[in-house]
Write a protein that binds this ligand. Structure first.
Ligand code: NDX
Length: 254
């Protein structure tokens, strides 16, 4: 580890993410927003979906960006800053674009506050590791882990954005009803947007070859995998004509 890298907070932060993922699975309940808002958080104080996603995801964009700007004078173009740039691109979209195009239900303030803390902690962990701890040799750009990881990241991001786009277009502005998503990867799985996001973060873990990124990918797998499972159950209960061959999360497998 380079001088200036404190190993303990990196290990503690990574362990926290993995433990939170395990906790999510252990609880077995989806987080109380979206389809589960009324059943799990009936009396909550809420904020519109656009404002909620903007506020809660902002730290995951702003923290890495601030660190990148502060670092850019002497390390611009290194694999670490380039990879952190990809993280910023994801959260730029989630903070500034997703929050505008969403037609989702309002979110409980308690969920927003928790998500804000999560995004702040995760943004700090990923940035700190890549800027102060990761050591990449100059040939990392030609390493198969980097190339394959970035490819998976970009492919996953494409699937995620396309699938979210399908979901948003199921409703006209102001509508709140649920419909059967059709097209794209939804032909095969109920959690197409989640499949894309999970692929993205495993690609990122491969490209960065880092423990914090692997822990975040595992957290995403637990959190979004469970959400996909509940969404699938929700659809089967709600729609008699729900396609029987559609899987939960992984095409043809699960
Ligand atoms: N934000 C990641 N846990 C989360 C916010 C909540 O980015 O304390 C995890 C993220 C946070 C969570 C975050 C971490 C854990 C927290 C939790 C709150 C409590 C929890 C902090 C940070 C906690 C413990 C105790 C363990 C610490 O009406 P609607 O809103 O349902 O409308 C939806 C619409 N839609 C449909 N419309 C018509 N017909 C249909 N059939 C429809 N189906 C859906 O589409 C929405 O407007 C929209 C998408 O809905 P949905 O449910 O498919 O996705 P959603 O869960 O809202 O995620 C949106 C995007 C998606 O691309 C997903 O991949 C990404 O965000 N995401 C989300 C959550 C986490 C995450 C990524 C990640 O882990 N990487």
């Amino acid at each position: 580890m380079p001088v200036g890298c404190l190993e303990t907070p990196v290990l503690a932060g990574s362990a926290c993410l993995a433990v939170l993922g395990a906790l999510v699975l252990y609880k077995g309940e989806p987080a109380g927003y979206g389809k589960y808002l009324e059943s799990l958080m009936p009396a909550s104080v809420r904020l519109s979906a656009g404002a909620a996603w903007f506020l809660q995801e902002l730290p995951a964009f702003a923290v890495p960006l601030a660190i990148l700007i502060q670092q850019s004078s002497f390390s611009f173009g290194t694999p670490g800053t380039m990879l952190l740039g990809l993280f910023c691109v994801h959260y730029f979209h989630r903070t500034f674009i997703y929050s505008i195009v969403t037609r989702g239900r309002p979110l409980p303030v308690v969920v927003i506050v928790r998500a804000f803390v999560f995004c702040l902690g995760n943004g700090l962990l990923q940035s700190y590791y890549l800027v102060y701890c990761a050591e990449y040799t100059s040939d990392w750009y030609t390493d198969i882990r980097f190339s394959l990881g970035v490819l998976l990241f970009l492919l996953g991001m494409g699937i995620n954005i396309h699938s979210d786009h399908i979901l948003h277009n199921l409703r006209k502005p102001g509508e709140t009803a649920y419909k059967i998503p059709q097209g794209g990867l939804f032909t095969y799985v109920s959690g197409a947007n989640f499949f894309g996001e999970i692929m993205e973060w495993f690609g990122y873990a491969l490209a960065t070859w880092s423990l914090p990124a692997l822990s975040f990918a595992l957290f995403s797998l637990c959190f979004l995998g469970l959400r996909a499972f509940h969404h699938h159950r929700f659809y089967l209960k709600m729609f008699e004509d729900y396609p029987k061959s559609r899987k939960v999360l992984i095409p043809f497998i699960f």
